[in-house]
Design a protein around this ligand. Structure first.
Ligand code: CMP
Length: 137
């Protein structure tokens, strides 16, 4: 059994796609352990994406992630990290197949609708970043 962090990013929330994305998660069989809506501050977004701090797109990414509310979730299931990444599709939404969430709801490499942890160590950091222990029992 594995856990992963899933985010619905500001572009998808602003467009009202939260319901469809949560439905896709539930239809996939992944268990929704925890969910909350919040609006990240600049400092919080910088902390979440600290591994990208040296990338040229970092400041734009932080601006995007703070432009409006997001939905944060903890998902659980066998092989949950890969299953959620497969549902999302590739990072660049313009290259994502139309049967993936990013293919349906993203519009660019930055504005790609959803986020998912990429490995067990990042999943542990990212789920703990958004949810206290009591919120993800
Ligand atoms: P995410 O899966 O949340 O991880 C880091 C994010 O940075 C990624 O989705 C995109 O939103 C963004 N990103 C990754 N690569 C680029 C890039 N080359 N240009 C702009 N944004 C990017």
């Amino acid at each position: 059994m594995q856990r992963t962090l899933a985010l619905i990013k500001p572009d998808a929330v602003a467009a009202g796609h939260q319901g469809k994305i949560i439905a896709a998660i539930q239809e996939s069989g992944l268990r929704l352990v925890a969910i909350k809506s919040l609006h990240l501050s600049t400092e919080q977004a910088r902390g979440f994406y600290h591994v990208h701090a040296e990338r040229p797109f970092f400041n734009d990414l932080v601006t995007f992630m703070t432009e409006g509310p997001i939905v944060a979730m903890v998902l659980e299931g066998d092989n949950a990290i890969k299953r959620w990444r497969d549902l999302m599709g590739p990072t660049n939404a313009t290259e994502a197949p139309k049967d993936t969430l990013r293919g349906q709801f993203g519009t660019s490499i930055e504005r790609n609708a959803t986020h998912g942890s990429d490995a067990e160590d990042t999943a542990a950091f990212e789920t703990g970043y958004f949810f206290a222990g009591l919120e993800r029992l």
